[in-house]
Structure formats: C-alpha cells, structure tokens
Design a protein around this ligand. Sequence first.
Ligand SMILES: Cc1cc2nc3c(=O)[nH]c(=O)nc-3n(C[C@H](O)[C@H](O)[C@H](O)COP(=O)(O)OP(=O)(O)OC[C@H]3O[C@@H](n4cnc5c(N)ncnc54)[C@H](O)[C@@H]3O)c2cc1C
Length: 366
Amino acid sequence: MKELNTDILVIGGGAAGLSAAAEAASSGAKVTIIESDLQIGGQLIKQTHKFFGSKDEYAGTRGYKIADILKAELDANKAKIDILTSTTVTGYYIEDKTFTAMTGEESYFRIKAQKAVVATGAQERLIPFPNNYLPGVYGAGAVQTLMNVYGVKPGNRVLMIGAGNIGLIVSYQLIQAGVKVAAIVEALPRVGGYWVHAAKVRRLGVPIKLQHSIKEALGGEFVEGAVIQELDDKFQPTGSEEKIDCDIICLAVGLTPTTELLSQAYCEMRYVPQLCGYVALRDRTMRTSNPDFWTAGDSSGIEEASAAMVEGRIAGLCAAKSIGLPVKTERFDEYWKRLDHLRAGEVGEKIRAGVNKVLRDRWEDK
Ligand SMILES: Cc1cc2nc3c(=O)[nH]c(=O)nc-3n(C[C@H](O)[C@H](O)[C@H](O)COP(=O)(O)OP(=O)(O)OC[C@H]3O[C@@H](n4cnc5c(N)ncnc54)[C@H](O)[C@@H]3O)c2cc1C
C-alpha cells in the first residue's frame, strides 16, 4: 500500500486547517493538507455574507473571499505544502502511529506524520420527527452547498427550523436565491442569532415563531408541507398547531464538533455543552493529551471562523516548534491576545466558560 510521509499533517482544509498549514509552512515545516471536499475552504466557501469578528480576521469581508485570502497565503508557501482534495482521513492506528486515507472510492493509502493538526470542523445536528426521511428535508449546510457552491435552487418554499445565526443567515440567502421563506420556528422563547440577522429577515416579512417547533413533515414521496406546534416553557406542546405550505424543511438546529480522529488517537476528551459536544482537552498551544496531536477550529468547540483561524495559527506554529523548527515565539502571544479579544465581553462568555473546562496550563498539571 502507498505510504505518504510528511512533517505536519493537517486534516481539514477549512479556516482552521488552512491557517495552521500556512503558519507551519512559513516556519519551515513540510505540510500536507487533506480535505474530503472537492476544494479547500471548508464552510467559508459557502458564506456569501460579510463576517463579524475583528480586523485581523477579516471582519467585514465575505466568507468566500476570506477563503481566497487564505488560499493566496498558501500559494506563497507552496513549495512546502501539498494539498490533497477529495481525500478523507479515515482512521488513525495508534499502535504504529499511522493514518489511513482514501482518495475518491479507489485509492486507499497510509500516512505517516511527525505531528497532526486535526481541523475537521463540525457536523450538523438533526432532530427526529415523523417523515423526516422525505426528500426535501435538509440540513442548513446542505442547502448552502446546493445554492452557494453549485448554484442549485433547492425548492420554492422553505420552513426553517432554528433561529440561531445559521438559520437566520441561510433564510436570508434562500430569499436572495428566490426561495420564499414561509416561517422560521424556534423552540426557545428568544432568537439565538445576532439581532442584525433577525432584523434583516423580519424586514422582508418572514415570521419568526418563538416557542414553536416542527411536529411532522407532510407528503408521500417528498415534502409537501409541515405541521408546526407551539411549545410551553417546558418545551411541551400546548396543543396549538398550524399547517405550513412548503416543499423544503431546513434544519438549522446546531452543530457538534467532529472529533472521531482525536478519540482514535486516545486524546483525553470531555463533553462540554458550551462548546457543543465532546472536545479534546488542550493546553494553550492547542496540543492535546496525545503529544502528536493538536486541535483547532470548530472541531475543538463550535465558535466562529475568526477564532478558528487564530487557533489554527497557534496549532500550526506550535506543531512546527515541537519538531525543532525555529519559530517566531512572539507570534504565540500575539495570537492569544487576538483570541482573548474575540472572546471578550458578554458575547464571549459562553465560549470562555467552555474553554476554561478544557484548557490545561501544562499537561503535567492534569
Ligand atoms: C451559515 C453560517 C454562517 C456563519 N457566519 C459566520 C460569521 O459571520 N463569522 C464567523 O466568524 N463565522 C461564521 N460561521 C462559522 C464559521 O464558518 C466556522 O466557525 C468556521 O468556518 C470553522 O472552520 P473550521 O476550519 O474549524 O471548520 P470547517 O470550515 O468546517 O472545515 C473543516 C473541513 O474539514 C474537512 N474534513 C472533515 N473531516 C475530514 C476528514 N476525516 N478528512 C479530510 N477532511 C475532513 C471538511 O470537509 C471541511 O472542509 C458561520 C457558519 C455558518 C454555517
């Protein structure tokens, strides 16, 4: 079986992985990025809206343009970076410190790396309800991929489940694509996303129904409607129901970190609600309890692209340092300043609480 050798393996070519790769390569490491998708960029390539965050992390720039900026940075170090797209890292075998990977469905090979940065992003959460298997029931990420990557309009009338930032932003993008948004339903008594995103869709006449959820999808062979129901303060149905005319039901009910490879590497994991799932304990260099593994981005806790980029940079820099390369250590302090800034104030409170549960000063102190 073919075997690939590299200094630093970066798994996932999203905001975190590309930043980690750029940082490690500019420190002199030979880097290989493995990305399952047809192209690198991760979530960023689907985001047509202007990002929040800070100036250093391209606030005010559209997501897909941030991906272009990161790709250009990789180009500047291209002698040091190999990029394999349409390739998935399928497993890690701790006994002989070997990764396995597949390109397409044919080529299966091994990878040996001195160090690895796991930047595998997140998976969408789904919720159970009758008929949720019908064609026309989508995760919000799939709807974005169809519309913003492939230029395919997913349907004509959508019921959006979830009024967090993703539900609100994807609703707006659906409207831009000519899809009518019949309603956004949200189980909580408040909108979870930023006010500015909610205001945009409300101005366009989209009802946001708080304390409501989907009861069932209607239809025989594909979605032909849905029934929504009102919930009380204990999330129990009040008995008040409404039929919604729609041909798409879009689920935007949260993300959870993709961490299987970290578990396979026996990294110590913890369930942290504020970070939306199981994540690896890490020190301030983003190194996990397995000294060959770093974690960064949504796979280390659901946050934002801005934080994913900074964490990626810290991980790439410190992974390069760990193999003896002369890195500019003052960058480490600079990146932590940026992270602290992004996580400051009321908005960052939840993330700070989550990170405090998984951050270790030094591994010896565990
Ligand atoms: C609708 C929406 C709006 C958003 N708006 C904002 C915003 O305004 N501002 C902001 O800062 N953030 C925003 N975000 C969040 C931001 O997009 C993410 O936090 C960020 O992109 C996460 O980057 P990442 O590199 O950790 O993960 P991703 O971008 O998800 O990249 C992970 C990559 O890993 C690949 N991968 C996974 N497993 C494997 C494997 N085994 N082998 C190979 N490859 C693998 C995946 O294919 C993927 O490309 C938004 C997200 C969404 C969905």
